[in-house]
Ligand binder design. Structure first.
Ligand SMILES: [Fe+2]
Length: 183
């Protein structure tokens, strides 16, 4: 289930958990983050290609594209047997920002966005059907755990796709990771 835990950024043991969807959405709206539940269809096969995912969500993609006029759209698809999991996980776990706003549509699986804003950390567990939009320059990191499963459609308003500006902070190490928060 989608959930949000809000922590003071220096007290990882003082998390306050919110599970009501509209309460989660309004807490996130306060920091400029959009969270919406979108319709999803039948489960896609684990090995579904990017093209198959894009085809299955053609209408949602069109709707978002009309609104934001994206330049690049891709699919990130992770399974526990993906060969680069450890490297990818470390990259996403490092605190970073993007010059572009970040839009993700979870069509399968789950992952946690940790948004670090105004002295707080907002750990947002996103699941199938969640559409999240993180404003440009929002400090954050992401975790999908040691045995990830997710398929996300990613939308970019630049040609470059995913470009992270790393802050060099190791704050992520202090906070409960995906495995801990979903145990
Ligand atoms: Fe990011």
């Amino acid at each position: 289930m989608t959930q949000l835990t809000i922590y003071p950024d220096d007290q990882p043991e003082q998390g306050q958990k919110i599970t009501n969807y509209s309460d989660i959405a309004s807490a996130l709206a306060n920091i400029g983050v959009l969270l919406e539940k979108w319709e999803t269809g039948q489960a896609l096969a684990k090995e579904a290609s990017s093209e198959e995912v894009m085809q299955a969500y053609d209408e949602a993609i069109k709707k978002l594209n009309e609104k934001y006029n994206f330049k690049t759209i891709d699919v990130i698809s992770l399974n526990p047997d993906h060969p680069d999991i450890a490297v990818m996980r470390q990259k996403f776990l490092a605190e970073h920002t993007h010059a572009d706003f970040e839009v993700r549509f979870f069509v399968e699986g789950s992952g946690i966005f940790y948004l670090h804003v105004d002295g707080k950390v907002y750990a947002t567990l996103c699941e199938k059907g969640d559409l999240i939009s993180v404003p440009a320059n929002t400090t954050h990191w992401f975790d999908m755990g040691t045995a990830p499963y997710l398929k996300c459609i990613r939308f970019f308003t630049t040609d470059e796709g995913w470009v992270g500006n790393f802050t060099g902070s190791e704050i992520a190490r202090n906070f409960p990771d995906f495995d801990t928060l979903t145990a």
